[in-house]
Design a protein around this ligand. Structure first.
Ligand code: AVJ
Length: 325
């Protein structure tokens, strides 16, 4: 078989990751209550810890989504017949292979992984270009909460946003994001969205507070990132991992709670930050949906829910969405 040249286009939009970090830390640690965006979990160690989370018995999401995708990928490809597949937050793009395989046998010629981490993306792009000869890979480095409008277009496209990463957005961010995705779509294009579903509270909380303590390590890792990148002096032993479910807002919330009063200096953000005993830093939200709740949000953004795919236990869903005219 002939082998297409590997094409990796890195667009960074002139932004410096470090400036974003300093900005986020200055805003988030000054706020009341304190918070940090989940983006900063994912240094190399954080990405490895997340991979470990996806294999935990309590964390049903990844294996459930993979099972659904395995079953429905051929139908999705037959319905959309994409020439280009765009994946937002591609990471290792492991699940995406399930879509690429049937799609290259049809008429897919281009894969556009979009991710925040350039190193990770380079690796993913090279691996896919090698494994799928004839597939052009255009990697785009960017923040999908800011730069979705910059995704290049290479023909009729399927845009995928898997893993329920949309759950990390609050209501306003989600509405803005969905409107931007809608803007990317021409008639005939589609959007495939993975969402985690509302369920029993104990099952939800266990997925974010596993027995082996991997999620606790993942959560605390953000403090390690600040210590390394900004010269901060967080004492990791002084903070405790807390996961809770807010049923009213239909979301898991992860926090780091100071066990005792803490004074932390963050030299490279020019800050001194005090924590009272028991004070919490919100590090992540993970919104849980129902078919109705996500359909309403999609419709409000001009996206129609064309197919709803779920597992037998209704734990996770894939939404296949088409632009509404
Ligand atoms: C990658 C955002 C989907 O919210 O479940 C897993 C991240 N945080 N365990 C999620 C996560 C703690 C995950 N997402």
């Amino acid at each position: 078989m002939s082998r297409a040249p590997i094409t990796i286009a890195i667009h960074t939009f002139g932004r410096e990751v470090r400036d974003d970090l300093v900005r986020d830390v200055r805003a988030g640690l000054r706020a009341d209550p304190k918070s940090l965006p989940p983006r900063w979990f994912y240094d190399e160690r954080g990405s490895e810890l997340f991979e470990a989370i996806t294999r935990l018995p309590e964390y049903y999401q990844t294996r459930t989504e993979t099972a659904i995708l395995k079953e429905v990928a051929p139908e999705v490809v037959a319905l959309v017949r994409p020439e280009a597949l765009v994946e937002l937050g591609a990471g290792s793009a492991e699940k995406t292979r399930l879509l690429i395989e049937p799609a290259v046998r049809d008429r897919l010629t281009c894969f556009v992984p979009f991710d925040i981490s350039e190193a990770f993306l380079q690796q993913t792009a090279r691996r896919l270009a090698t494994d799928f000869p004839g597939l052009a890979v255009y990697a785009v480095v960017g923040d999908f909460s800011l730069h979705v409008d910059r995704v290049p277009r290479y023909g009729q496209q399927l845009v995928a946003f898997l893993g329920s990463t949309i759950g990390n957005f609050d209501d306003d961010q989600r509405a803005r994001f969905l409107r931007q995705v809608r803007e990317l779509l021409c008639p005939g294009d589609a959007f495939l969205l993975g969402v985690d579903l509302v369920k029993d509270e104990a099952e939800l909380v266990a997925a974010y507070d596993d027995a082996a303590g991997v999620t606790a390590e993942f959560n605390l890792n953000v403090l390690r990132v600040l210590n390394r990148e900004l010269g901060a002096d967080f004492d990791l032993d002084a903070f405790e991992h807390v996961a809770s479910f807010d049923r009213e807002r239909s979301r898991i919330e992860m926090r780091l709670r100071a066990r005792t009063p803490q004074r932390v200096t963050v030299p490279q953000a020019a800050m001194v930050v005090d924590f009272a005993a028991g004070e919490a830093l919100l590090t992540e939200i993970s919104v849980k949906f129902t078919r109705d709740s996500i359909r309403r949000e999609l419709e409000a953004s001009g996206l129609g829910l064309a197919r709803w795919y779920t597992d037998a236990r209704g734990r996770f869903a894939l939404c296949l969405c088409m632009p509404e005219v």
